[in-house]
Design a protein. Structure first.
Length: 667
């Protein structure tokens, strides 16, 4: 393993590459990467003079022919090599199983193992020895030694500030009393409900909107008679709507976070009738979504999804209502919509955790929801004829997500299957299906005006589908630098990452990505890993072949994207994130490449970039701590530095797959 073919197989490998790919795929990697970024059009096998990426369908046909040719022969010629290339396992092998903070690694964690990151990790390790009197300083430059000491101090202070901010968050552990379940003013609540219903609800169908409005008005008219499940449902809707508000309200955000904890506590209580029913499942789905929006254990939802699936199946949501005792048309549609939403939440949480979805199509027969509007049905409705799929309804976006669900579930099953392998040809076929789904979704969204399908809707639907490309191609992309047969995976991963960090311009969606955790953050982790890896690889390749000062268009594009990611990291810290590693890591990456461009080791430049990043993060965290609403303030002056170091960076948002959680200097 890991060795090239014997000398007598060189000709066979050449033939294999000629058969499978156009000549440019085996050309110099710098030229390939440059052509991918600058030239967007594909080329046919006959047009080999172009440097653009070959058409994926053509690539699939060629690989299928190779796979067929390799069947029935055990020779060590080109067909044997083809079989090895086309049958590559995409997941970690038994010897590679790693636990991080007691959990299995996620797909993005494995990306951090790339050798291109070793220099930055080496500098990071060197900082840890900067003040150790028992060791000789690893830095040759005195100015760099001084910077390392300052970095150590700033880093520790950032950890202290982060911990204090976390203690100020409303949680069950910090509150000795039951959380307040009072809503904000009616005017504010109305606006937040509208925001939720016109954004998240049209993608994740959880509520019947007319029924919800009836419950909402009754809540305000007679709050004393409102049951806990209805109250929590309303408060969660208000809270999630507030996440998209143009006017930042720290107190309202704290209240919303408190409501999420209250809902989770209620769901964890004794299983009574109000928890095991349609309303209880609505509260459960809203809670799962809100946990990710407000970063309340957002990356641990896969565990909670098990309970949600079990409760849904316990009341028969996995069976189509036509197989159940007779019920109203409205109840049938509510059950179908809820089940479709649960399936979507399941596949998203499975992707984020790198855990099996725990569900297959053999275990349910619930049909897709009917393509109708909410106002077309109520409890007295007998039946409603569905609209054609090209007609926009309140259910259209959910149906779009359902269209690609079989493909996405198949990806998850193959990635997590311990007893079978994902071949490259299967990966390419699934990739093609995801690409087509994204195109169809975008085309559907563009057919309607902004008031019918908003930019927020298009961005969210695209994100929920497109991000499955990254773990699908990640293991093959990591091999592409030594085996150009996998080069398409670099292109696919990079394109998906670029699309994720550059959605259509929309203020509400920008706020969502800046504020939220869970699935809304994991794509950001992938983008950082993919883009920074390619940025470093391109710079290193150009440095080695002496072309780093020639055509820098592609490298400039990657540098611009890396700087965009730095700004996104900065905005997340301003909006409530306490993790500073992403901002620091990216700053060091950019400095390393700029040092390559200037022709020196970069010792001082990288250290200076780390210090500048920590200066910024320290000042932002300090301002946030000073602005914490007084009802939530907590005296943390007695905390020890050791305790700070243990808990400052919780698993909800870390970059430990790049930078180990350690102090910069020994104390």
């Amino acid at each position: 393993a890991g060795q090239g073919p014997p000398p007598n197989l060189d000709r066979s490998f050449q033939d294999l590459a000629d058969t499978a790919f156009p000549q440019t795929i085996r050309a110099d990697e710098r030229r390939i990467r440059t052509s991918n970024a600058v030239e967007s059009q594909n080329i046919s096998p006959q047009n080999r003079s172009s440097e653009a990426e070959p058409d994926l369908q053509d690539l699939l046909r060629r690989l299928q022919r190779l796979e067929q040719d390799s069947t029935g022969t055990n020779s060590l010629g080109s067909s044997g090599l083809a079989r090895n290339v086309l049958s590559s396992h995409s997941g970690p092998q038994d010897s590679q199983v790693v636990l991080k903070k007691s959990r299995m690694w996620r797909w993005s964690d494995w990306m951090g193992e790339a050798e291109e990151f070793e220099p930055v990790l080496a500098w990071f390790a060197a900082y840890t020895e900067a003040k150790d009197p028992a060791k000789e300083s690893p830095f040759q430059n005195v100015a760099t030694q001084v910077l390392a000491v300052e970095i150590d101090s700033l880093y520790k202070n950032c950890k202290i500030l982060a911990k204090r901010l976390k203690v100020c968050r409303p949680t069950r552990s910090t509150s000795g009393q039951s959380p307040s379940l009072r809503p904000p003013s009616r005017e504010v609540a109305d606006a937040m409900v509208d925001a939720y219903l016109n954004s998240f609800e049209l993608v994740h169908r959880i509520l019947h909107i007319p029924t919800f409005w009836t419950e909402y008005h009754e809540f305000w008219d007679h709050p004393e008679t409102t049951t806990m499940d209805i109250r929590l449902k309303i408060l969660l809707v208000i809270g999630m709507g507030s996440s998209l508000s143009e006017h930042e309200d720290a107190t309202l955000r704290q209240m919303a976070t408190h409501w999420v904890y209250a809902a989770q506590s209620w769901l964890s209580g004794p299983l009574e009738k109000d928890r095991l029913g349609i309303t209880g499942l609505q509260v459960h789905c809203l809670t799962m979504l809100a946990r990710q929006i407000f970063s309340v254990g957002g990356d641990l939802t896969w565990m909670s999804m098990g309970s949600l699936i079990h409760r849904a199946m316990q009341i028969g949501l996995h069976r189509d209502p036509k197989h159940l005792p007779k019920m109203s048309f409205l109840q049938m549609e509510l059950r179908r919509r809820l089940w479709a939403t649960i399936l979507e939440l399941v596949v998203q949480s499975s992707l984020d955790s790198a855990m099996p979805p725990r569900l297959s199509f053999n275990e349910f027969d619930t049909e897709a929801p009917t393509n109708i509007n909410d106002h077309e049905m109520d409890e007295s409705t007998d039946i409603v004829e569905p609209h054609p799929r090209h007609v926009l309804t309140n259910t259209s976006l959910q149906l779009l997500l359902l269209d690609s669900l079989p493909t996405r579930l198949k990806i998850l099953q193959l990635l997590n299957d311990l007893h079978s392998e994902l071949s490259y040809i299967d990966a390419l076929a699934l990739s093609d299906e995801i690409t087509m789904a994204c195109r169809e979704n975008m085309a559907f969204g563009k057919r309607f005006g902004a008031r019918e399908i908003t930019t927020f809707h298009r961005n969210l639907v695209d994100y929920l589908v497109r991000r499955f490309m990254l773990p699908l191609h990640c293991p093959f992309a990591s091999k592409a630098r030594s085996n150009p047969l996998f080069h398409y995976s670099i292109r696919a991963s990079l394109d998906a990452s670029m699309a994720i960090i550059s959605p259509e311009s929309d203020d509400a969606f920008s706020r969502l990505t800046a504020l939220s955790g869970g699935l809304f953050r994991e794509g950001f982790r992938y983008a950082i890993a993919t883009i920074s890896l390619e940025f470093l690889a391109v710079a290193k390749s150009q440095q080695l072949d002496g072309t780093i000062h020639r055509d820098d268009r592609y490298r400039a594009l990657l540098k611009s994207s890396a700087k965009d990611l730095i700004e996104m990291s900065a905005e997340r810290i301003r909006q409530g994130d306490t993790n500073i590693k992403g901002h620091m890591f990216l700053s060091m990456i950019v400095a390393q490449v700029e040092a390559m461009e200037e022709g020196h080791s970069g010792e001082h430049m990288i250290a200076q970039s780390a210090k500048n990043s920590l200066d910024f993060c320290n000042s932002v965290l300090q301002r946030r701590l000073e602005s914490v609403p007084s009802p939530w303030s907590t005296d943390t002056s007695t905390m020890t530095a050791d305790r700070e170091g243990q808990e400052a960076f919780a698993i909800d948002w870390d970059f430990d797959f790049f930078l180990p959680d350690t102090d910069f200097a020994a104390s």
